[in-house]
Design a protein around this ligand. Structure first.
Ligand SMILES: CC(C)(COP(=O)(O)OP(=O)(O)OC[C@H]1O[C@@H](n2cnc3c(N)ncnc32)[C@H](O)[C@@H]1OP(=O)(O)O)[C@@H](O)C(=O)NCCC(=O)NCCS
Length: 185
């Protein structure tokens, strides 16, 4: 699914652009994947686990997302730079087609500027556009209070816990929380 340009103002006054990914975004996306993995413990991969991402792999991934009727990816660009993205996918199996999973991550320099809030407005709108979807789902790691705040203000609530889902390099264990947002039809 292709999402057309959405311009909005950041809290610091700069303009930001949300849109579907394009081939020109690939170098910035490869940099973003490695950098974001080193800036927060709250996403799954460490930087050394990003080697599998390649130009051709991202190209195929972008094309698949843009061509899919049940998936979408949104890039955020500020002053031409890829600063993060988010993603929504309706689960493919008949028994799970009422569920859409979402995910988001931004570079640290662009946290707290309102990008996540604007992205979730759009993710909610996209989800509501799928007539069969009655539930959006995501996960966050305990301690990620900024993400939790964003998700709660976007209409999500905690529905379950996965104990000790993440073990950081320092050996500490962290629970993962499932959140859902119901869509009344
Ligand atoms: C989590 C993340 C996506 C949030 O996006 P964002 O653009 O920074 O979010 P926003 O600026 O739109 O909103 C953040 C909200 O959290 C609040 N907040 C900031 N720090 C906070 C903290 N430590 N505790 C609680 N709330 C906090 C902000 O005040 C804001 O709320 P408000 O709009 O009511 O003032 C982003 O910070 C990020 O990419 N983090 C690293 C990767 C990550 O954690 N991804 C999510 C994995 S589940």
């Amino acid at each position: 699914m292709v999402i057309q340009d959405i311009w909005f103002d950041l809290k610091d006054g700069r303009r930001a652009l949300l849109r579907s990914p394009r081939e020109e975004d690939i170098p910035g996306t490869l940099d973003y994947l490695v950098q974001s993995a080193g800036e927060t413990e709250f996403i799954l991969r460490y930087p050394e686990e990003c080697g599998r991402y390649t130009y051709d792999g991202e190209k195929a991934f972008f094309e698949r997302k843009n061509a899919s009727p049940t998936e979408a990816m949104l890039m955020c660009l500020v002053e031409g730079k890829v600063v993060g993205n988010c993603d929504i996918a309706v689960l493919p199996h008949i028994k799970a087609r009422h569920r859409a999973t979402v995910a988001i991550a931004l570079l640290r320099d662009y946290w707290n500027l309102g990008i996540g809030t604007r992205m979730f407005m759009e993710l909610n709108r996209i989800a509501e556009g799928f007539p069969q979807v009655t539930q959006m789902e995501l996960e966050f790691i305990e301690g990620n209070d900024r993400a939790r705040r964003l998700y709660e203000k976007s209409g999500f609530r905690i529905a379950g816990v996965h104990p000790n889902a993440f073990r950081f390099k320092d050996g500490s264990m962290h629970n993962e929380y499932l959140m859902i947002r119901e869509i009344k039809r």
